[in-house]
Design a protein around this ligand. Structure first.
Ligand SMILES: Nc1ncnc2c1ncn2[C@@H]1O[C@H](COP(=O)(O)OP(=O)(O)OP(=O)(O)O)[C@@H](O)[C@H]1O
Length: 384
């Protein structure tokens, strides 16, 4: 893909101040065939800042697609407010704003292209329907379509039928269609999950570069935490229709709020806290005393807590060591994983997973010393 900035003519439809996406108190329930009610989106309040790449992350069924579809206008929420790019699109007393009248582009997992139209006609579609129809001359549309096809590396494919393209190329067409109108917000519903792994990697990198270059706000649904970490400025972790944590990708990774978030993103050792004393940088755990970077998250004083630390921040050594956050134990398992070797080490009744970059080749049964930098240890809530 080659990069270019938005065409001013295509931005004519977006003259309001650009603010990203604001969601307040949003609820959407579904009634299952057996009569049970599912709270797919359960009192969600979120601000997704303009220009950020925002990922909605969570396991299957947590409500991320429903939330995205509420933004797109494909689901009608039961309660709440949605403002996109400064335009209220849902709220009490507002007339329903139809999907084609919302200031968003959308990319679906299934591409959702018109099979009987050419590539160029598919891409031109948002400019010829909805609020933007008749705003541009045929020549302006032709030029704008050529421009976005060039961004996607599809400049020579405009007159092809959709069926003559590979899956990866079809998704590039869908991306071109989502950005052609120059809307400031683009919604993505697991757009790369039908694409084979190698192409997916390339498209992911290109998508991120394109989003940064064009500067639109991306709201991207995935259940893949590696994909989320690679793409996101901001991650919203969801569970059962609720937001578990929303923040900068690095904060979510380094300072998860609770066990659920720590376990969903990355590999972490979670060791129960058994008591806390007066020193805010020291807790007692199942491993014994642990020095920690900072006191735990807010929450009821008696709420169970665990110390979370990433496996790649641990070290392992066959030679004796001493100091804070150093323990001795026995290797119970060692798995070579290419970029690192994962050791499982039993320390007393607790097992920790340690990722070693240089494989020290320590066989199960071996006595070892393991440890972790206090700066990598944070206290998180054991429950939501
Ligand atoms: N049209 C519907 N009718 C009834 N229940 C629905 C409907 N759409 C979604 N649900 C339910 O709402 C919940 C949230 O679904 P949703 O598709 O938003 O989750 P998700 O996190 O996107 O999952 P996935 O990654 O599998 O798509 C699930 O329990 C789902 O079964």
């Amino acid at each position: 893909m080659t990069m270019t900035t938005h065409d001013a003519s295509a931005n004519a439809a977006t003259e309001e101040p650009r603010t990203g996406v604001d969601i307040v108190g949003l609820r959407k329930r579904f009634r299952a065939p057996d009569g049970t009610v599912v709270a797919a989106v359960d009192d969600v309040t979120l601000h997704l800042p303009r220009g950020d790449f925002c990922v909605l992350l969570g396991p299957s069924g947590c409500g991320k697609t429903t939330l995205l579809r509420c933004l797109a206008g494909l689901e009608h929420p039961d309660e709440g407010h949605i403002t996109i790019d400064g335009q209220p699109v849902f709220g009490p007393g507002l007339r329903t704003v139809e999907p084609q009248d919302r200031p968003v582009g959308m990319v679906f997992q299934s591409y959702a292209l018109w099979p009987n139209m050419t590539v160029a006609d598919n891409v031109a579609f948002p400019l010829t329907t909805g609020p933007r129809r008749n705003r541009m001359s045929r020549e302006q549309i032709r030029r704008r379509v050529a421009e976005v096809l060039a961004i996607m590396g599809l400049e020579s494919h405009g007159s092809r039928a959709i069926g003559q393209l590979s899956g990866g190329q079809q998704q590039r067409v869908a991306l071109a269609r989502a950005i052609v109108a120059g809307t400031d917000v683009v919604l993505f519903d697991e757009p790369l999950s039908n694409i084979d792994a190698k192409v997916r990697e390339t498209l992911r990198r290109e998508l991120r570069a394109m989003q940064q270059d064009l500067g639109f706000t991306a709201v991207y649904v995935t259940h893949d935490q590696a994909e989320a970490m690679e793409l996101a400025d901001r991650i919203t972790v969801m569970r059962s229709g609720r937001v578990m944590q929303n923040g900068a990708a690095r904060d979510i990774y380094e300072r998860p709020r609770n066990r659920y978030v720590a376990e969903f993103i990355g590999t972490a050792n979670l060791v129960p806290v058994t008591s806390t004393g007066d020193d805010p940088h020291r807790v007692t755990t199942a491993l014994g005393p642990v020095r920690i970077a900072e006191p735990g998250p807010e929450g009821p004083a008696d709420a169970p807590r665990v110390v979370a630390s990433r496996s790649h921040r641990w070290w392992i050594d066959s030679a004796e060591r001493s100091g804070d956050n150093v323990w001795t134990g026995e290797v119970t398992n060692a798995v070579f994983a290419g970029s690192h070797t994962e050791y499982v080490v039993r320390v007393g009744e607790t097992s920790v997973r340690v990722w070693a970059d240089d494989d020290p080749d320590l066989a199960p049964g071996r006595q070892v010393w393991v440890g972790v930098d206090p700066a990598a240890c944070v206290v998180v809530l054991d429950h939501d």
